[in-house]
Design a protein around this ligand. Structure first.
Ligand code: G6P
Length: 614
């Protein structure tokens, strides 16, 4: 989703701004742009990739020491050059609306009262050249400008409703960039005699590792060699400077064709890293004070979006079966707006790869506003807002995930959630030492087990050849493998654009069976658990209607390939942890189907990696 980079320096910062955008490319975007001060406002914008923008900047010789840059993921107005950021103000006195005005601004988020503000600004004579809510902010800042940009931005943000991170500069104050955040992430990078702004620290990798995480409502005034932060009440605010070893987003692909493929194959390492140092099950794995909180809670409420939501759905089966704790899982964007019955003794668990997903953060705040103060996150980014906002955290060590379709983040989340299950079970007296030892042994064996599953790739490729010319697919699972079926369908639809749905297999007769024909591949997740015989009956129902079955069977499931039934046998039966293994062939199936269909695997159309607007 939208990415921001800004800088004030004495050197030409255009290369830094554009490289920063490249590091933010993984978030997903459809247009990009950069503006600098060079005896006035100069900008370049493009609906192509950042590499194109770089060539445009070079050929137009755009250079300067103060500037802002942006990758846009369209919300208001189509992906088009005139909607791409940076936006310039066009005051009533300025002749041509296309000519550079006084203010240049980039924005991440959504301004909800933009219609009302636009009408008021139009009445004052402001001309609009885009359909964006962002241009409204540029004009608003201009309308409030009386010689001090920081004051103008302070006044403007008082009138904005919604979520935003903005970076803005003014041609009348060439060595100054002002930033503000409310609901969208923004960090300050402190350099030597120069300062930077960015959506995340990764954008500044190699530029500075001195990072200040701005808090909600903060405004920051960047100048050469100094910066100044105020809080939402405009009181001076001290924010710690942290040394952050940000990984470069442009991680090496190595022998892989795509980041998604690389990330699927990194899972044994990612799980190994995530479990490193876990010698025994103890609440302290989740932070200081976890024992007291775990002892106090009587239920769990999991809040998340997308793939992270499905890891939560899987964990519900573990939490109720092993820790015997009532667990609810809710999509964050639903929970935040519905009337629910709060229970202060609930452990609120957010799950997020990025730690910046707007709906999950808002759902967390909503839960807190209802008096639920026991908060824990399972998150892949230790410096994220989610980790800062929760009392307890388990940091997964998947490493930077670049492919929009989440893979290694999912399996590492499951590993963290399984440990949470064991810890809660222990505190609640539901885990014997023998059981603890067995579970830990199984967890330690996961990297090896995952390697064996990855070796099934050639068989999955032959399935993918069949799927490549289909337009629909059904995924079935039961029990804790139903969320795995959901995740498999999500992966396939995200990157191959095949319509895919998942159902609990027992629901087949209540609707989806009507869709089953010889054109409908039906993927069945069939581990050898207590529900296997029931699942086999569901499979018969599909075959009887001519449906083609693609079965992920366990080592000992006793399901054989036959006409219309394609079986891939998992290398070993893995009991409670089997969701972590069964999901891997489904990730590979989506990847190879997308590859065969020639879609943009790492950056699927319309989707973003980091969803920082609701
Ligand atoms: C987007 C991403 C998904 C991710 C979801 C939740 O939709 O494309 O891969 O699962 O956001 O993101 P989070 O960072 O909170 O896990």
């Amino acid at each position: 989703m939208c990415g921001i980079v800004g800088a004030v320096s004495t050197r030409n910062i255009v290369p830094i701004l554009v490289q920063g955008l490249q590091r933010l490319e993984y978030r997903g975007y459809d247009s990009c742009g950069v503006a600098v001060y060079a005896d006035g406002l100069k900008r370049a914008r493009s609906v192509a990739r950042v590499a194109e923008l770089m060539s445009q900047v070079d050929s137009e010789k755009i250079a300067g020491g103060t500037g802002i840059a942006h990758t846009r993921w369209a919300t208001h107005g189509a992906p088009a050059v005139h909607n791409a950021h940076p936006h310039f103000s066009h005051g009533p006195g300025e002749a041509a609306p296309q000519a550079p005005g006084r203010i240049a601004l980039v924005h991440n988020g959504i301004i909800e009262n933009h219609d009302e503000l636009r009408a008021a600004l139009q009445a004052k004579g402001y001309k609009f050249t885009s359909q964006t809510d962002t241009e409204v902010i540029a004009h608003l800042v201009d309308s409030l400008y009386e010689g001090d940009l920081f004051d103008a931005v302070k006044a403007a943000t008082k009138q904005l409703h919604g979520a935003y991170a903005i970076a803005v500069f003014c041609k009348d104050e060439p060595h100054r960039v002002v930033g503000a955040r409310e609901g969208s992430p923004l960090v300050l990078g402190v350099g030597k005699d120069e300062n930077f702004l960015a959506s995340d620290a990764m954008a500044l990798a190699g530029v500075t590792d001195q990072i200040v995480y701005l808090e909600e409502g903060d405004l920051v005034d960047l100048q050469l060699g100094r910066y100044w932060i105020v809080d939402r009440n405009h009181k001076a605010a001290e924010r710690p400077v942290k040394t952050v070893q940000a990984h470069s987003g442009a991680a090496e692909l190595g022998p892989y064709r795509h980041y998604m493929q690389k990330e699927i194959f990194e899972q044994p390492r990612a799980i190994g890293d995530t479990l490193q140092g876990v010698e025994s099950v103890t609440p302290e794995l989740f932070g200081d004070g976890a024992y007291r909180i775990f002892k106090d809670v009587d239920s769990v409420l999991i809040l998340a979006c997308g793939t992270s939501y499905y890891s939560g759905c899987t964990a519900k089966y573990w939490l109720e079966a092993i820790a015997k704790i009532p667990t609810q899982v809710e999509i964050a964007s639903e929970y935040r707006y519905r009337e629910s019955v709060p229970n202060p003794k609930t452990l609120v668990v957010t799950i997020s790869q990025s730690g910046e997903t707007a709906d999950t953060l808002a759902a967390l705040k909503h839960a807190r506003s209802l008096g639920m103060e026991n908060t824990l996150t399972v998150c892949n980014v230790s410096t994220s807002a989610m980790v800062r906002e929760c009392k307890l955290a388990y940091i997964t060590r998947a490493g930077v995930e670049i492919g929009v379709a989440s893979t290694k983040a999912f399996t590492t989340q499951l590993a963290g959630l399984f440990l949470l299950t064991l810890s809660l079970a222990q505190v609640r007296g539901k885990l014997t030492e023998t059981q603890e030892a067995q579970h830990l042994k199984d967890m330690r064996h996961l990297p090896t087990a995952l390697q064996a599953v990855l070796a099934l790739e050639p068989q999955v490729i032959s399935w993918a050849e069949d799927f490549a010319n289909k337009e629909n697919a059904l995924f079935l699972g039961r029990g804790m493998h139903y969320p795995i079926a959901l995740e498999g369908a999500l992966k396939l639809k995200e990157i191959s654009y095949i319509h895919a749905e998942a159902y609990p297999a027992g629901e087949l007769k209540h609707g989806p069976l009507a869709l089953v024909t010889s054109e409908m591949p039906v993927v069945t997740v069939a581990p050898n658990d207590a529900l296997l015989e029931k699942l086999k009956s569901n499979m018969q129902e599909v075959r009887a209607r001519g449906g083609l079955l693609y079965v992920l069977a366990d080592a000992d499931s006793k399901i054989e390939s036959s006409e219309g039934v394609h079986v891939i046998r998992m290398p070993e039966h893995y009991g409670t942890l089997s969701p972590l293994l069964h999901v891997v062939p489904l990730q590979l199936l989506a990847y190879h189907t997308a590859l065969a269909r020639g879609t943009d695997v790492d950056k699927p159309r319309n989707l973003a990696k980091s969803v920082t607007v609701e």
